[in-house]
Design a protein around this ligand. Structure first.
Ligand code: URA
Length: 488
């Protein structure tokens, strides 16, 4: 029996799964249990690792998928993951993840999708309320959210990037995140919104201070001068100070003896700025994007979008196209001349090149959801021609809510960004295609995020040999969306 701590501890599962796999223990002989669910059985000690049996190759896509599945609220997720891992390695089914009809694969994909969808929802729906202000005037905010899955750690970097200059806490029954004094910490969940009960809030602050207290830095004299003892009584954490001082010496010893386990850091994207930004009440240019609207409904509403001036010259807004539950989503820049007339993305020369490259990479365009960062064609007249112009930051920004709405509806496993505009829209301005192309690891946007060039970049290249070389690199990037091998 393997006992897992409640919540999402992918690192711990990975350690245990590695050991079990190396010892050749099949999934049907392992019972995975969330600790706290039942204490009927003792945890079985890990078998000693069989050195010869380590180093299994697994598809690279498994790790991000497993990482998302680990956040799912279903207690069967650990068993599911170990079963998949076993089948991919010991079971010799190395292409298993490509078999969408396999029940384990289908469940894992569904779990991954549920989790990603809920992360997007949390980004959209968390609302902070002011809880207080310290003497230096720094404000503290709190929010309450009730997720179905263990997504707090995965969702928190978004709030850190967006609200870096204030202190905040997000309380949920499935874990809490605190951003205080520029440091992020995570704590166990709470049953109800502590802000409704001052005693509860106080207790939580005390727990928080206990968790961040670093006995190695304890300087009692300095503490007293910084925070005279007469003020201590007013601070929830202050009651802890004598206790913390008493216990600090043994804890210092313990800290030096046990190397600290760094929390798994999630990639810090400056992405999703202005996420789902609701229009200002007086701003009627952007029709509100109802959270429950279907993609079809959104594609109708975008036709009336006036959030930037591009609509004035365009024939129509070109919304994404493809299956709403596609596993792969592709984001381009903006519709071109052909797309503007046809009302569909990537139907002109760039689309033809994209189709050819996708097919060579083993990807089926008709199974993908294809869209653009900007929905209206930006152009300038040049004689009888309409000359493409790059969208500016304001236009990308104005269109982002539509793209985010598509992303949250489709919740793809794999997301491909074509070119700088697409990347800037969701990965942040700092992203550079030339420097960062390939697999963007650790992104919470999808199980696997790939950045590559835009097909128009290839079409524009006048040098035939260089174009061929760049085309081959483009196909190689797209192939990453399929299934390259890696190690667990
Ligand atoms: N280029 C894009 O980025 N998107 C299209 O739809 C067509 C060309």
């Amino acid at each position: 029996m393997m006992r897992m701590p409640p919540g999402r501890d992918f690192g711990e599962w990975r350690e245990k799964a590695r050991g079990l796999l190396a010892a050749g223990i099949p999934p049907e002989r392992v019972l995975w249990e969330d600790a706290g669910h039942a204490d009927l059985f003792e945890e079985t000690p890990m078998p000693p690792p069989a050195a010869a049996a380590t180093g299994f190759r697994i598809p690279a896509f498994f790790v991000p998928l497993a990482d998302a599945v680990a956040c799912h609220g279903d207690p069967r997720r650990w068993a599911l993951l170990y079963r998949l891992l076993w089948r991919l390695t010991r079971g010799g089914e190395k292409h298993l993840l490509n078999i969408a009809s396999d029940p384990d694969v289908a469940t894992a994909r569904r779990f991954g999708k549920n989790v990603r969808r809920e992360i997007h929802k949390m980004h959209a729906f968390v609302r902070f309320r002011k809880a207080g202000e310290d003497e230096a005037g720094r404000e503290t905010y709190t929010a309450w959210f009730e997720p179905e899955h263990w997504i707090v750690a995965a969702a928190a970097p978004f709030f850190r990037d967006r609200f870096a200059n204030m202190d905040w806490s997000i309380f949920t029954p499935r874990g809490c995140a605190h951003w205080i004094g520029g440091e992020m910490t995570f704590a166990p969940g709470v049953d109800k919104d502590p802000c409704e009960s001052p005693e509860m809030l106080e207790e939580i602050w005390r727990t928080y201070y206990r968790s961040i207290f670093n006995p190695a830095r304890l300087k009692v004299r300095m503490m007293r001068s910084e925070m005279p003892a007469r003020y201590w009584k007013n601070l929830p954490e202050a009651r802890l100070i004598p206790e913390l001082i008493r216990h600090s010496a043994p804890r210092v010893k313990e800290m030096f003896a046990t190397p600290e386990r760094a929390p798994r850091s999630l990639e810090n994207h400056a992405y999703l700025r202005g996420l789902y930004a609701e229009p200002e009440p007086e701003d009627a240019r952007m029709p509100s994007i109802a959270r429950d609207a279907s993609l079809e409904e959104l594609s109708r509403r975008v036709q009336t979008c006036r959030a930037c001036p591009l609509w004035e010259r365009a024939t129509c807004a070109v919304f994404g196209a493809g299956p709403p539950d596609a596993r792969l989503m592709i984001v381009g820049e903006q519709p071109g001349d052909h797309e503007d007339l046809a009302g569909r993305p990537f139907v002109g020369p760039a689309g033809a090149l994209l189709d050819r490259a996708l097919a060579e990479a083993g990807l089926d365009r008709s199974a993908a959801y294809v869209t653009n960062a900007v929905k209206h064609f930006k152009w300038e007249p040049r004689g009888k021609r309409r000359l493409h112009r790059n969208p500016g930051d304001g236009e990308i920004e104005a269109c982002r809510p539509w793209l985010l709405a598509e992303l949250s509806k489709v919740a793809p496993d794999v997301l491909i960004f074509l070119g700088g505009t697409a990347a800037r829209s969701l990965l942040g301005k700092e992203t550079k295609v030339t420097r960062d192309r390939g697999w963007i690891e650790g992104s919470p946007l999808a199980g696997k995020v790939i950045l590559t060039v835009h097909p128009s970049f290839l079409l524009r290249n006048p040098d035939g040999a260089a174009r061929e070389r760049e085309y081959a690199r483009f196909v190689a990037d797209l192939r990453l969306a399929a299934d390259p091998p890696s190690k667990l």
